[in-house]
Design a protein around this ligand. Structure first.
Ligand SMILES: [Zn+2]
Ligand SMILES: [Zn+2]
Length: 88
């Protein structure tokens, strides 16, 4: 699979690790004022589709938790890429 952000290419597992390590900032984690909840937002760089998910934990327990959120979010992005952009 190809990285949607750069020229990296590799098996799904390698790409997942690459996204977490190299493009972590592509997942936005913030407090959504309308929901009053902490959310993460992931936007597909190829089609600008975006997914926003509320998080159960509060901002107070973040820190290391950021990495965990990104791992989950990039997993969703990989499914999206396979479903919508495979063969592009
Ligand atoms: Zn990349
Ligand atoms: Zn897309």
């Amino acid at each position: 699979m190809n990285c949607p952000h750069c020229k990296f290419s590799g098996p799904r597992m390698d790409l997942h690790a690459h996204l977490v390590n190299a493009h972590g900032e592509a997942i936005k984690i913030y407090v959504d004022k309308q929901l009053g909840k902490l959310v993460y937002e992931m936007t597909c760089p190829l089609c600008s589709d975006s997914v926003k998910q509320p998080l159960k934990k509060s901002a107070a327990v973040l820190g290391e938790y950021h990495r965990e959120i990104r791992m989950v979010a990039f997993d969703l992005l990989l499914y999206h890429l396979q479903e919508k952009h495979e063969g592009d």
